[in-house]
Design a protein around this ligand. Structure first.
Ligand SMILES: Cc1cc2nc3c(=O)[nH]c(=O)nc-3n(C[C@H](O)[C@H](O)[C@H](O)COP(=O)(O)OP(=O)(O)OC[C@H]3O[C@@H](n4cnc5c(N)ncnc54)[C@H](O)[C@@H]3O)c2cc1C
Length: 437
Protein backbone atom coordinates (compact mmCIF):
# COMPACT_ATOMS: atom_id res chain seq x y z
CA UNK A 1 0.00 0.00 0.00
CA UNK A 2 1.41 3.42 -0.88
CA UNK A 3 2.70 5.34 2.11
CA UNK A 4 0.53 8.28 1.20
CA UNK A 5 -2.66 6.24 1.49
CA UNK A 6 -1.53 4.52 4.70
CA UNK A 7 -0.50 7.82 6.23
CA UNK A 8 -3.77 9.41 5.30
CA UNK A 9 -5.68 6.51 6.80
CA UNK A 10 -3.68 6.67 10.03
CA UNK A 11 -4.04 10.43 10.25
CA UNK A 12 -7.75 10.28 9.65
CA UNK A 13 -7.96 7.54 12.31
CA UNK A 14 -6.22 9.87 14.71
CA UNK A 15 -8.53 12.68 13.81
CA UNK A 16 -11.64 10.56 14.18
CA UNK A 17 -10.28 9.42 17.52
CA UNK A 18 -10.53 12.98 18.77
CA UNK A 19 -14.24 12.84 18.09
CA UNK A 20 -14.41 9.36 19.61
CA UNK A 21 -13.19 10.70 22.90
CA UNK A 22 -16.21 12.98 23.26
CA UNK A 23 -18.12 9.73 23.79
CA UNK A 24 -15.12 7.62 24.70
CA UNK A 25 -14.97 4.18 23.12
CA UNK A 26 -12.16 1.84 24.18
CA UNK A 27 -13.03 -0.67 21.45
CA UNK A 28 -12.51 1.82 18.66
CA UNK A 29 -9.25 3.02 20.19
CA UNK A 30 -8.02 -0.56 20.40
CA UNK A 31 -8.78 -0.96 16.71
CA UNK A 32 -6.55 1.99 15.98
CA UNK A 33 -3.71 0.66 18.10
CA UNK A 34 -3.89 -2.74 16.41
CA UNK A 35 -3.91 -1.09 13.02
CA UNK A 36 -1.01 1.14 13.97
CA UNK A 37 1.20 -1.68 15.26
CA UNK A 38 1.28 -3.35 11.83
CA UNK A 39 4.72 -3.51 10.23
CA UNK A 40 5.32 -1.32 7.22
CA UNK A 41 6.66 -2.93 4.07
CA UNK A 42 10.46 -2.69 3.78
CA UNK A 43 11.68 -0.44 1.01
CA UNK A 44 14.91 1.18 -0.11
CA UNK A 45 15.95 4.83 0.02
CA UNK A 46 15.77 7.52 2.66
CA UNK A 47 14.60 5.87 5.88
CA UNK A 48 12.79 8.99 7.08
CA UNK A 49 10.63 9.19 3.98
CA UNK A 50 9.81 5.66 2.87
CA UNK A 51 9.65 3.64 6.05
CA UNK A 52 12.79 1.51 5.65
CA UNK A 53 13.77 2.26 9.21
CA UNK A 54 15.40 0.33 12.07
CA UNK A 55 12.53 1.02 14.44
CA UNK A 56 9.81 2.99 12.73
CA UNK A 57 7.13 1.69 10.40
CA UNK A 58 4.96 3.66 8.00
CA UNK A 59 2.58 4.08 10.90
CA UNK A 60 5.20 5.79 13.06
CA UNK A 61 5.94 8.16 10.21
CA UNK A 62 2.24 8.84 9.70
CA UNK A 63 1.91 9.58 13.39
CA UNK A 64 4.83 11.98 13.13
CA UNK A 65 3.34 13.74 10.10
CA UNK A 66 0.07 14.17 11.89
CA UNK A 67 1.79 15.66 14.95
CA UNK A 68 3.86 17.91 12.72
CA UNK A 69 0.70 19.54 11.41
CA UNK A 70 -0.35 20.44 14.95
CA UNK A 71 3.14 21.77 15.71
CA UNK A 72 3.15 23.92 12.56
CA UNK A 73 -0.38 25.24 13.01
CA UNK A 74 -1.02 25.42 16.75
CA UNK A 75 2.38 25.73 18.39
CA UNK A 76 5.22 27.21 16.33
CA UNK A 77 3.37 30.39 15.28
CA UNK A 78 3.04 31.33 18.99
CA UNK A 79 6.38 30.21 20.40
CA UNK A 80 8.03 33.66 20.23
CA UNK A 81 5.11 35.17 22.12
CA UNK A 82 5.22 32.45 24.80
CA UNK A 83 8.97 32.83 25.18
CA UNK A 84 8.50 36.57 25.74
CA UNK A 85 5.70 35.95 28.24
CA UNK A 86 7.67 33.29 30.12
CA UNK A 87 4.85 30.76 29.95
CA UNK A 88 2.80 28.84 27.38
CA UNK A 89 -0.92 28.02 27.74
CA UNK A 90 -0.55 24.38 28.81
CA UNK A 91 -4.27 23.71 29.15
CA UNK A 92 -5.03 24.94 25.63
CA UNK A 93 -2.13 23.12 23.97
CA UNK A 94 -2.55 19.89 25.95
CA UNK A 95 -6.24 19.80 24.99
CA UNK A 96 -5.30 19.98 21.32
CA UNK A 97 -2.62 17.29 21.70
CA UNK A 98 -4.84 15.15 23.94
CA UNK A 99 -7.74 15.28 21.49
CA UNK A 100 -5.46 13.94 18.78
CA UNK A 101 -4.09 11.17 21.02
CA UNK A 102 -0.54 12.47 21.44
CA UNK A 103 -0.49 12.61 25.23
CA UNK A 104 -0.87 8.88 25.66
CA UNK A 105 0.40 6.96 22.66
CA UNK A 106 1.80 4.16 24.83
CA UNK A 107 -0.74 4.41 27.64
CA UNK A 108 -3.59 1.91 28.13
CA UNK A 109 -6.63 2.37 25.91
CA UNK A 110 -8.98 2.05 28.92
CA UNK A 111 -7.61 5.39 30.12
CA UNK A 112 -7.64 7.20 26.82
CA UNK A 113 -4.25 6.07 25.52
CA UNK A 114 -3.53 4.52 22.14
CA UNK A 115 -2.05 1.37 23.69
CA UNK A 116 0.95 1.42 21.36
CA UNK A 117 4.46 0.36 22.26
CA UNK A 118 7.26 2.57 23.59
CA UNK A 119 8.70 3.21 20.11
CA UNK A 120 5.66 5.38 19.29
CA UNK A 121 6.38 7.53 22.30
CA UNK A 122 9.91 8.00 20.94
CA UNK A 123 8.53 8.94 17.53
CA UNK A 124 6.36 11.57 19.23
CA UNK A 125 9.31 12.92 21.20
CA UNK A 126 11.44 13.13 18.04
CA UNK A 127 8.72 15.06 16.28
CA UNK A 128 8.24 17.42 19.23
CA UNK A 129 11.86 18.39 18.58
CA UNK A 130 10.47 20.45 15.67
CA UNK A 131 8.93 22.87 18.16
CA UNK A 132 11.04 26.00 17.95
CA UNK A 133 11.97 26.13 21.62
CA UNK A 134 12.94 23.64 24.32
CA UNK A 135 10.39 24.70 26.92
CA UNK A 136 7.18 23.46 25.30
CA UNK A 137 8.46 19.96 24.42
CA UNK A 138 9.88 19.65 27.93
CA UNK A 139 6.49 20.54 29.43
CA UNK A 140 4.80 17.94 27.22
CA UNK A 141 7.42 15.35 28.18
CA UNK A 142 6.75 15.99 31.86
CA UNK A 143 3.07 15.30 31.26
CA UNK A 144 3.53 12.15 29.17
CA UNK A 145 6.74 10.53 30.34
CA UNK A 146 7.59 11.84 33.79
CA UNK A 147 4.47 12.58 35.85
CA UNK A 148 2.24 9.78 34.54
CA UNK A 149 4.17 6.51 33.86
CA UNK A 150 4.14 5.29 37.49
CA UNK A 151 0.44 6.11 37.78
CA UNK A 152 -0.29 4.18 34.58
CA UNK A 153 1.71 1.16 35.78
CA UNK A 154 0.83 0.98 39.46
CA UNK A 155 -2.03 3.37 40.23
CA UNK A 156 -5.41 2.19 41.49
CA UNK A 157 -8.43 2.19 39.22
CA UNK A 158 -9.84 5.23 41.01
CA UNK A 159 -6.59 7.23 40.77
CA UNK A 160 -6.23 6.44 37.10
CA UNK A 161 -9.76 7.65 36.44
CA UNK A 162 -9.24 10.82 38.42
CA UNK A 163 -5.74 11.78 37.25
CA UNK A 164 -4.49 9.63 34.36
CA UNK A 165 -7.49 9.72 32.03
CA UNK A 166 -7.87 13.53 32.09
CA UNK A 167 -4.10 13.96 31.72
CA UNK A 168 -4.07 11.78 28.60
CA UNK A 169 -7.10 13.62 27.21
CA UNK A 170 -5.37 16.95 27.89
CA UNK A 171 -8.00 18.09 30.35
CA UNK A 172 -5.61 18.20 33.30
CA UNK A 173 -2.03 19.46 33.43
CA UNK A 174 0.39 17.38 35.48
CA UNK A 175 3.72 18.19 37.10
CA UNK A 176 6.40 16.12 38.78
CA UNK A 177 7.59 16.99 42.28
CA UNK A 178 10.84 15.15 42.96
CA UNK A 179 13.59 17.80 43.30
CA UNK A 180 13.80 20.06 46.33
CA UNK A 181 16.02 23.01 47.26
CA UNK A 182 18.40 20.60 48.98
CA UNK A 183 17.70 17.49 46.92
CA UNK A 184 18.56 17.18 43.23
CA UNK A 185 21.16 14.66 42.08
CA UNK A 186 21.09 13.04 45.49
CA UNK A 187 17.34 13.15 45.91
CA UNK A 188 17.21 9.76 47.61
CA UNK A 189 19.07 11.03 50.66
CA UNK A 190 18.10 14.67 50.26
CA UNK A 191 14.29 14.74 50.16
CA UNK A 192 12.81 16.36 53.27
CA UNK A 193 9.15 16.72 52.31
CA UNK A 194 7.19 14.49 54.59
CA UNK A 195 3.72 12.95 54.58
CA UNK A 196 2.52 11.85 58.00
CA UNK A 197 -0.50 9.54 58.33
CA UNK A 198 -3.40 10.94 60.36
CA UNK A 199 -6.33 8.52 60.15
CA UNK A 200 -7.05 7.91 56.50
CA UNK A 201 -5.26 11.07 55.40
CA UNK A 202 -1.67 12.18 54.96
CA UNK A 203 -0.61 15.58 56.25
CA UNK A 204 2.14 16.92 54.00
CA UNK A 205 4.75 19.52 54.90
CA UNK A 206 7.81 20.66 52.98
CA UNK A 207 8.36 21.97 49.48
CA UNK A 208 9.49 21.25 45.95
CA UNK A 209 11.78 23.19 43.65
CA UNK A 210 12.17 23.32 39.86
CA UNK A 211 8.64 22.07 39.21
CA UNK A 212 8.02 22.26 35.45
CA UNK A 213 4.36 23.21 34.69
CA UNK A 214 4.11 23.95 38.43
CA UNK A 215 2.34 27.31 38.23
CA UNK A 216 -0.47 25.97 36.05
CA UNK A 217 -0.67 22.27 36.95
CA UNK A 218 -3.89 20.67 38.24
CA UNK A 219 -2.05 17.90 40.04
CA UNK A 220 1.43 16.85 41.05
CA UNK A 221 3.00 13.42 41.07
CA UNK A 222 4.73 14.03 44.38
CA UNK A 223 7.64 12.07 45.84
CA UNK A 224 7.62 12.31 49.65
CA UNK A 225 8.98 10.52 52.67
CA UNK A 226 6.16 8.52 54.23
CA UNK A 227 8.29 7.00 56.99
CA UNK A 228 11.67 7.42 58.69
CA UNK A 229 13.06 4.14 57.33
CA UNK A 230 15.89 3.53 54.86
CA UNK A 231 15.96 6.27 52.16
CA UNK A 232 15.31 3.74 49.37
CA UNK A 233 12.28 2.33 51.14
CA UNK A 234 10.65 5.29 52.88
CA UNK A 235 9.39 7.17 49.83
CA UNK A 236 5.99 7.15 48.18
CA UNK A 237 4.46 8.75 45.12
CA UNK A 238 1.23 10.61 45.80
CA UNK A 239 -1.27 12.19 43.38
CA UNK A 240 -1.68 15.64 44.85
CA UNK A 241 -4.35 18.05 43.55
CA UNK A 242 -2.71 21.47 43.36
CA UNK A 243 -5.82 23.33 44.51
CA UNK A 244 -5.79 21.84 48.01
CA UNK A 245 -5.54 24.24 50.97
CA UNK A 246 -1.89 24.60 52.03
CA UNK A 247 -0.37 24.24 48.54
CA UNK A 248 1.46 27.51 47.89
CA UNK A 249 3.15 28.43 44.62
CA UNK A 250 5.95 30.55 46.06
CA UNK A 251 7.30 31.83 42.75
CA UNK A 252 7.91 31.20 39.11
CA UNK A 253 11.68 30.78 38.78
CA UNK A 254 13.44 33.08 36.31
CA UNK A 255 15.80 31.01 34.14
CA UNK A 256 18.55 31.38 31.53
CA UNK A 257 16.56 29.27 29.06
CA UNK A 258 13.38 27.26 28.57
CA UNK A 259 11.50 30.55 28.89
CA UNK A 260 8.11 29.35 27.65
CA UNK A 261 8.07 26.66 30.34
CA UNK A 262 7.03 27.81 33.81
CA UNK A 263 9.17 26.46 36.65
CA UNK A 264 7.72 26.74 40.13
CA UNK A 265 8.88 26.62 43.68
CA UNK A 266 6.06 25.08 45.71
CA UNK A 267 5.49 24.85 49.46
CA UNK A 268 3.22 22.50 51.38
CA UNK A 269 1.81 23.65 54.66
CA UNK A 270 -0.29 20.98 56.41
CA UNK A 271 -1.75 19.77 53.12
CA UNK A 272 -4.27 17.00 53.72
CA UNK A 273 -4.72 14.33 51.08
CA UNK A 274 -6.46 10.93 51.31
CA UNK A 275 -4.07 7.97 51.83
CA UNK A 276 -5.80 6.35 48.83
CA UNK A 277 -3.95 8.91 46.66
CA UNK A 278 -0.73 6.90 47.05
CA UNK A 279 0.35 5.37 43.75
CA UNK A 280 0.75 1.61 44.18
CA UNK A 281 2.30 0.59 47.47
CA UNK A 282 3.46 2.96 50.19
CA UNK A 283 7.27 2.92 50.44
CA UNK A 284 7.76 1.99 46.76
CA UNK A 285 8.10 5.55 45.42
CA UNK A 286 11.84 5.38 44.85
CA UNK A 287 11.58 2.04 43.02
CA UNK A 288 8.74 3.30 40.80
CA UNK A 289 10.73 6.42 40.03
CA UNK A 290 13.82 4.38 39.10
CA UNK A 291 11.78 2.21 36.76
CA UNK A 292 10.86 5.12 34.52
CA UNK A 293 14.33 6.68 34.30
CA UNK A 294 15.34 4.65 31.24
CA UNK A 295 12.27 5.92 29.38
CA UNK A 296 12.67 9.51 30.56
CA UNK A 297 16.27 9.63 29.42
CA UNK A 298 15.54 8.13 26.02
CA UNK A 299 12.67 10.60 25.64
CA UNK A 300 15.05 13.51 26.21
CA UNK A 301 17.56 12.14 23.68
CA UNK A 302 14.91 11.58 21.00
CA UNK A 303 13.75 15.13 21.40
CA UNK A 304 17.13 16.85 21.26
CA UNK A 305 18.38 14.85 18.25
CA UNK A 306 15.75 16.47 16.03
CA UNK A 307 16.61 19.94 17.28
CA UNK A 308 20.31 19.33 16.63
CA UNK A 309 19.49 18.32 13.03
CA UNK A 310 17.49 21.53 12.61
CA UNK A 311 20.21 23.74 14.06
CA UNK A 312 22.88 22.20 11.82
CA UNK A 313 20.63 22.51 8.77
CA UNK A 314 19.72 26.12 9.48
CA UNK A 315 23.39 26.89 9.98
CA UNK A 316 24.18 25.34 6.60
CA UNK A 317 21.50 27.51 4.99
CA UNK A 318 22.60 30.71 6.72
CA UNK A 319 26.31 30.24 6.07
CA UNK A 320 25.64 29.34 2.43
CA UNK A 321 24.13 32.76 1.74
CA UNK A 322 26.26 34.85 4.12
CA UNK A 323 29.47 35.98 2.45
CA UNK A 324 32.79 36.82 4.13
CA UNK A 325 36.02 37.64 2.29
CA UNK A 326 34.32 37.15 -1.05
CA UNK A 327 32.87 33.73 -0.49
CA UNK A 328 30.07 32.08 1.51
CA UNK A 329 30.97 31.36 5.15
CA UNK A 330 30.10 27.74 4.39
CA UNK A 331 32.78 27.52 1.70
CA UNK A 332 35.51 27.86 4.30
CA UNK A 333 36.76 24.39 5.06
CA UNK A 334 36.83 25.03 8.80
CA UNK A 335 33.07 25.63 8.61
CA UNK A 336 31.84 22.82 6.36
CA UNK A 337 34.18 20.30 7.96
CA UNK A 338 33.00 21.25 11.45
CA UNK A 339 29.35 20.93 10.42
CA UNK A 340 30.14 17.53 8.92
CA UNK A 341 31.77 16.47 12.19
CA UNK A 342 28.75 17.57 14.18
CA UNK A 343 26.28 15.82 11.88
CA UNK A 344 28.40 12.66 12.14
CA UNK A 345 28.21 12.84 15.93
CA UNK A 346 24.44 13.28 15.78
CA UNK A 347 24.17 10.19 13.56
CA UNK A 348 26.31 8.20 16.01
CA UNK A 349 24.04 9.28 18.82
CA UNK A 350 21.01 8.30 16.72
CA UNK A 351 22.46 4.80 16.20
CA UNK A 352 23.02 4.37 19.93
CA UNK A 353 19.53 5.67 20.61
CA UNK A 354 17.80 3.28 18.18
CA UNK A 355 19.84 0.37 19.51
CA UNK A 356 18.78 1.20 23.04
CA UNK A 357 15.12 1.53 22.01
CA UNK A 358 15.20 -1.74 20.05
CA UNK A 359 16.70 -3.61 23.01
CA UNK A 360 14.22 -2.01 25.41
CA UNK A 361 11.30 -3.06 23.21
CA UNK A 362 12.58 -6.64 23.53
CA UNK A 363 12.41 -6.34 27.30
CA UNK A 364 16.07 -5.68 28.10
CA UNK A 365 17.41 -3.41 30.82
CA UNK A 366 19.00 -0.57 28.85
CA UNK A 367 19.98 1.61 31.80
CA UNK A 368 23.61 1.70 30.68
CA UNK A 369 22.86 2.56 27.04
CA UNK A 370 20.15 5.08 27.97
CA UNK A 371 22.55 6.77 30.40
CA UNK A 372 25.27 6.86 27.74
CA UNK A 373 22.83 8.36 25.25
CA UNK A 374 21.67 11.00 27.77
CA UNK A 375 25.29 11.89 28.60
CA UNK A 376 26.29 12.10 24.95
CA UNK A 377 23.10 13.97 24.03
CA UNK A 378 23.74 16.65 26.65
CA UNK A 379 27.38 17.14 25.72
CA UNK A 380 26.76 17.06 21.98
CA UNK A 381 23.92 19.59 22.27
CA UNK A 382 26.36 21.97 23.94
CA UNK A 383 28.89 21.44 21.15
CA UNK A 384 26.33 21.84 18.38
CA UNK A 385 24.91 24.98 20.00
CA UNK A 386 28.31 26.58 20.55
CA UNK A 387 29.89 25.71 17.18
CA UNK A 388 26.83 26.63 15.14
CA UNK A 389 26.22 29.87 17.00
CA UNK A 390 29.80 30.89 16.20
CA UNK A 391 29.17 30.53 12.46
CA UNK A 392 26.17 32.89 12.68
CA UNK A 393 28.46 35.69 13.92
CA UNK A 394 26.62 38.64 15.50
CA UNK A 395 23.30 37.26 14.25
CA UNK A 396 23.88 34.22 16.46
CA UNK A 397 24.13 36.50 19.46
CA UNK A 398 20.68 38.03 18.83
CA UNK A 399 17.41 36.76 20.21
CA UNK A 400 15.98 36.55 16.69
CA UNK A 401 17.46 33.20 15.70
CA UNK A 402 16.79 29.64 16.84
CA UNK A 403 20.45 28.90 17.44
CA UNK A 404 20.72 31.36 20.33
CA UNK A 405 17.55 29.97 21.95
CA UNK A 406 18.91 26.45 21.51
CA UNK A 407 22.22 27.56 23.07
CA UNK A 408 20.32 28.60 26.21
CA UNK A 409 17.69 25.85 26.28
CA UNK A 410 19.91 22.87 25.48
CA UNK A 411 22.24 23.64 28.38
CA UNK A 412 19.69 22.02 30.66
CA UNK A 413 20.19 18.62 29.04
CA UNK A 414 23.46 18.10 30.96
CA UNK A 415 21.83 19.09 34.27
CA UNK A 416 18.14 18.13 34.42
CA UNK A 417 16.80 14.61 34.84
CA UNK A 418 20.20 13.42 36.08
CA UNK A 419 23.35 15.53 35.52
CA UNK A 420 26.18 14.30 33.27
CA UNK A 421 28.13 13.22 36.35
CA UNK A 422 25.18 11.14 37.56
CA UNK A 423 25.09 9.44 34.14
CA UNK A 424 28.83 8.78 34.40
CA UNK A 425 28.30 7.26 37.83
CA UNK A 426 25.67 4.87 36.44
CA UNK A 427 27.85 3.91 33.47
CA UNK A 428 30.80 3.26 35.84
CA UNK A 429 28.57 1.09 37.98
CA UNK A 430 27.74 -1.05 34.94
CA UNK A 431 31.45 -1.10 34.00
CA UNK A 432 32.25 -2.16 37.57
CA UNK A 433 34.78 0.64 37.90
CA UNK A 434 33.32 2.52 40.86
CA UNK A 435 35.55 2.35 43.94
CA UNK A 436 34.03 0.07 46.55
CA UNK A 437 32.75 1.87 49.66
C1 LIG B 1 14.45 24.17 34.05
C2 LIG B 1 14.41 23.03 35.00
C3 LIG B 1 13.30 22.22 35.06
C4 LIG B 1 13.23 21.17 35.98
N1 LIG B 1 12.08 20.43 36.09
C5 LIG B 1 11.95 19.55 37.11
C6 LIG B 1 10.69 18.92 37.38
O1 LIG B 1 9.71 19.12 36.68
N2 LIG B 1 10.60 18.09 38.45
C7 LIG B 1 11.67 17.82 39.26
O2 LIG B 1 11.52 17.06 40.19
N3 LIG B 1 12.88 18.39 39.01
C8 LIG B 1 13.04 19.25 37.98
N4 LIG B 1 14.25 19.87 37.75
C9 LIG B 1 15.38 19.58 38.64
C10 LIG B 1 16.51 18.85 37.98
O3 LIG B 1 16.16 17.51 37.75
C11 LIG B 1 17.72 19.03 38.90
O4 LIG B 1 18.17 20.36 38.71
C12 LIG B 1 18.83 18.06 38.62
O5 LIG B 1 18.46 16.77 39.02
C13 LIG B 1 20.14 18.44 39.34
O6 LIG B 1 19.90 18.66 40.69
P1 LIG B 1 20.42 20.02 41.42
O7 LIG B 1 19.97 21.17 40.58
O8 LIG B 1 19.97 19.99 42.81
O9 LIG B 1 21.97 19.95 41.32
P2 LIG B 1 22.93 19.29 42.44
O10 LIG B 1 22.40 17.97 42.84
O11 LIG B 1 23.20 20.30 43.48
O12 LIG B 1 24.24 19.04 41.58
C14 LIG B 1 25.11 20.13 41.21
C15 LIG B 1 26.18 19.58 40.31
O13 LIG B 1 26.96 18.65 41.03
C16 LIG B 1 27.59 17.78 40.12
N5 LIG B 1 27.37 16.38 40.54
C17 LIG B 1 26.23 15.78 40.86
N6 LIG B 1 26.42 14.49 41.18
C18 LIG B 1 27.74 14.26 41.07
C19 LIG B 1 28.58 13.14 41.25
N7 LIG B 1 28.08 11.95 41.62
N8 LIG B 1 29.91 13.28 41.02
C20 LIG B 1 30.43 14.45 40.64
N9 LIG B 1 29.69 15.56 40.45
C21 LIG B 1 28.37 15.47 40.66
C22 LIG B 1 26.94 18.02 38.75
O14 LIG B 1 27.79 18.80 37.95
C23 LIG B 1 25.70 18.80 39.10
O15 LIG B 1 25.25 19.61 38.05
C24 LIG B 1 14.34 20.91 36.82
C25 LIG B 1 15.49 21.71 36.74
C26 LIG B 1 15.53 22.77 35.87
C27 LIG B 1 16.75 23.65 35.85
Amino acid sequence: MALHTRSQRFCSSLLSRSRLFCGYSPASSRLLSEQASGKGAPSAGNPETVGDHLIYTHEHLALKQSLRKIIDQEINPYVDQWEAEGIFPAHKIFKILGNAGFLGVNKPVEYGGLGLDFSYSMAVSEELGHIRCGGVPMAIGVQTDMATPALARFGSEALKKEFLLPSILGEKVACLGVSEGGAGSDYVAGIRTKAVRKGDEYVINGGKMWTTNGTQADWMCLLVNTSDGLPHKNKSLICLPMNLPGVHIARSISKMGMWSSDTAEVFFDDVRVPCSNVIGQEGMGFSYQMLQFQEERLWAVANIMTTMDTIIQETVEYTRQRKVFGQPVLSHQAVHFRLAELQTEVELLRSLFYRAVALYLKGNDVTKLASMAKLKGGRLAREVADSCLQFWGGMGYTSDVLVSRFYRDARLMSIGGGADEVMLGIICKYMDTLPKK
